[in-house]
Design a protein around this ligand. Structure first.
Ligand code: FAD
Length: 488
């Protein structure tokens, strides 16, 4: 085909993948739930090559799908079954740390840099890039930016949006926007970078970024706590916030089922407290000051929590190895859940104060559909971000008829509760393909209309990651959009 030949002339034969076996890994999502063909995948080495690829696609009217580490949990990075197979643009060869300025506290990177590589480069310069998540060994910064990734450091440092100062983007017409500003102040009209952050590959391809760096903590104190229920976890969170303020850097909640699955599915993991059959909290304090002082603060808060009956047990990591082991348990949840069965994960955020109510009401809503269904519960509780996961074993799931409709009803039950609490159905993973129908149900009409206008302005031919984020407008969808104006 002429387009593929043009790519080969532009990039070289080895940078154009067309064989099924080469495309297998990039046409199936991380969970193995979605699979659809691509025309080919291309591996540009620099921004100019990305721009040339996009121009060729624009001339031929072929869809473009940017892909980073393909760790999306909402089917955002793989082709659609509907429509023309896209050209997948892989940023893998664009992994240069372009520069690091320790005085300005910024790092400039290619979009294909793996998140962990950026964290390491920052640490080597005595700085911290604070976005951290379970997929950090394989997800790319371009994917983090495109999904506005959250993770475990949001409580103190914010999500990806809060840590991006500038972007370089290839636009759908193949032109390059150089917005690589390393500025903390820049009030020169609309701040366009924010449109690309969280746009999930629908407005352009991020090729480079300027990221904020922070001082590297010199002290960390990590504890694993057993609590009786989410309300008690909330009380403990309040205590830490009152006593530690910004030194509180993570506050993660997991239920007993989640811990049991990690121990069962991922070799080498150990529950830090004696009882598994309880709720678990992983809490981290970090500071640039004295390690002993921070450890003493952790101890004092835990004693207070124990006395007040907020926690029933607690273990403070006594060494770097123990600290890492605790975090490994937390970071193993997605792997464990994927191996164990089928989880219909919610990606809910609600006001932090309403997390216990969300958990109770959403579980009741789902159990009205499937009584006695077990739940995995894990989340970044400090941000009000809870993944409530109605869980089926593979055998149970396979035995069901009309699985898609059931999954939709179950998701709805959870998302309706989140919406009633003024929360969101997509806190950190993005909308992808899994949640496009929820956009119509929960987003106010005016918001959707503005988003469609933005999409039209950037990508008038509708070639960039079609079918993701924004559902196609349909007359039958309109009443639902209108009635969702109150957020119900
Ligand atoms: P991909 O999956 O490749 O792509 C995601 C989306 O971004 C797609 O729409 C794609 O088209 C678009 N995209 C990718 N690169 C670009 C680019 N350069 N320009 C424009 N668009 C682009 N997420 C969290 O927020 N918090 C977590 O705690 C978390 N934990 C996870 C744990 C595990 C084990 C796994 C597997 C995933 C987890 N995720 C989490 C989800 C996922 O890792 C993030 O969404 C991540 O940001 C995706 O990065 P990626 O490079 O893999 O992007």
């Amino acid at each position: 085909m002429a387009l593929i030949e043009a790519f080969k002339r532009l990039l070289g034969d080895t940078a154009v993948l067309t064989r099924e076996e080469d495309l297998a890994a990039v046409t199936e999502d991380w969970r193995g739930r979605y699979r659809a063909p691509a025309l080919c995948a291309v591996l540009p080495s620099n921004t100019e090559q990305v721009a040339a690829v996009v121009r060729l696609c624009a001339e031929s009217g072929v869809p473009v799908l940017p892909q980073g580490g393909n760790t999306s949990l909402c089917g955002g990075a793989t082709p659609s079954e509907q429509g023309e197979p896209p050209v997948i643009v892989l940023l893998t060869r664009m992994r240069r740390i372009r520069s690091l300025d320790p005085v300005n506290n910024t790092i400039v990177v290619d979009a294909g840099c793996v998140l962990a590589t950026i964290q390491e480069a920052a640490a080597a310069a005595g700085r911290l890039y604070p976005v951290s998540l379970g997929a950090e060994g394989s997800c790319q910064i371009g994917g983090n930016i495109a999904t506005n990734a959250g993770g475990t450091g949001v409580l103190r440092y914010g999500n990806t949006r809060d840590n991006v100062l500038g972007l370089e983007v290839v636009l759908p017409d193949g032109s390059i926007w150089d917005g690589l500003y390393a500025l903390r102040k820049n009030n020169t009209g609309y701040d366009l970078k924010h449109l690309f952050i969280g746009s999930e590959g629908t407005l352009g391809i991020v090729t480079g970024a300027v990221l904020k760096l922070h001082p590297l903590p010199t002290a960390e104190a990590v504890a694993w706590l057993a609590v009786d229920n989410p309300q008690k976890a909330l009380d403990v969170l309040g205590l830490f916030q009152a006593s530690c303020n910004s030194r509180l850097s993570a506050f993660e909640l997991m239920n007993a089922k989640q811990i049991a699955l990690v121990l069962e599915q991922v070799p080498g993991r150990r529950c830090p407290v004696a009882r598994i059959d309880t709720w678990h909290v992983l809490v981290e304090l970090s500071d640039t000051g004295d390690a002993e002082a921070l450890a003493a603060t952790m101890q004092a808060v835990l004693e207070q929590a124990l006395e007040a009956g907020m926690i029933s047990d607690g273990v403070v990591a006594a060494s770097e190895a123990q600290r890492k082991a605790m975090w490994l348990v937390r970071h193993s949840v997605s792997e464990a859940n994927k191996k164990a069965g089928v989880g219909l994960t919610s990606d809910t955020a609600v006001p932090v104060s309403t997390v216990p109510a969300f958990i109770d009401q959403a579980m009741a809503g789902v159990r009205a559909i499937v009584p006695d269904l077990p739940f995995i519960i894990v989340g970044h509780m400090g941000d009000g971000n809870i993944h409530l996961i109605p869980f089926f074993t593979f055998a149970e799931w396979d035995a069901l008829t009309d699985r898609d409709a059931l999954a939709q009803r179950i998701r709805r039950a959870m998302n309706d509760v989140a919406s009633a609490l003024r929360g969101t159905f997509s806190a950190e993973h993005g909308v992808g393909r899994t949640l496009t129908s929820e956009m119509v149900r929960y987003k106010p009409y005016a918001e959707l209309a503005l988003m469609r206008a933005v999409k039209q302005a950037f990508d008038p031919k509708g070639l960039f990651n079609p079918g993701r984020v924004l559902p196609p407008p349909s007359p039958s969808a309109l009443p639902s959009i209108v009635t969702s104006q109150t957020g119900d």
